[in-house]
Write a new protein. Structure first.
Length: 123
């Protein structure tokens, strides 16, 4: 697991780089992940940061022993984000990052989402 706020290079996961920067637009309320991210230390770290972990328990794990309630509805909404990322990957220009500047890249993401919306609404 890596996290980095200041540079393009990934850093090890430490308390220093998990504190949101002062210019951050938003801080997550929930963080969804699949069963592969289910570990007690991840739950503890997320709660320490004020983030509610939405990670299902593993099948070989006692669900009642876990101190966190699992929000099934939030976990199901995670699929919307996964499908949106899948749609973006269909757009070759976005997937392979032809645009080098952030503003142009964000513009291409918007164009890809508009194209997807129009294909869905106007077949």
């Amino acid at each position: 697991m890596v996290a980095s706020w200041d540079s393009g290079k990934p850093n090890k996961l430490t308390n220093q780089n998990l504190i949101p920067p002062p210019n951050a637009y938003a801080w997550p309320v929930n963080l969804a992940g699949d069963k592969g991210y289910r570990a007690a230390w991840i739950d503890d770290k997320l709660q320490e940061l004020g983030i509610n972990p939405v990670i299902p328990s593993k099948s070989n794990e006692d669900r009642d022993a876990r101190g966190i309630d699992f929000d099934r509805e939030s976990y199901r909404r995670r699929n919307i984000v996964e499908r949106a990322i899948g749609w973006l990957k269909e757009c070759r220009r976005v997937f392979s990052r032809f645009e080098k500047t952030a503003i142009n890249y964000c513009g291409m993401i918007k164009m890809a989402m508009i194209e997807r919306f129009l294909k869905t609404m106007c077949p």
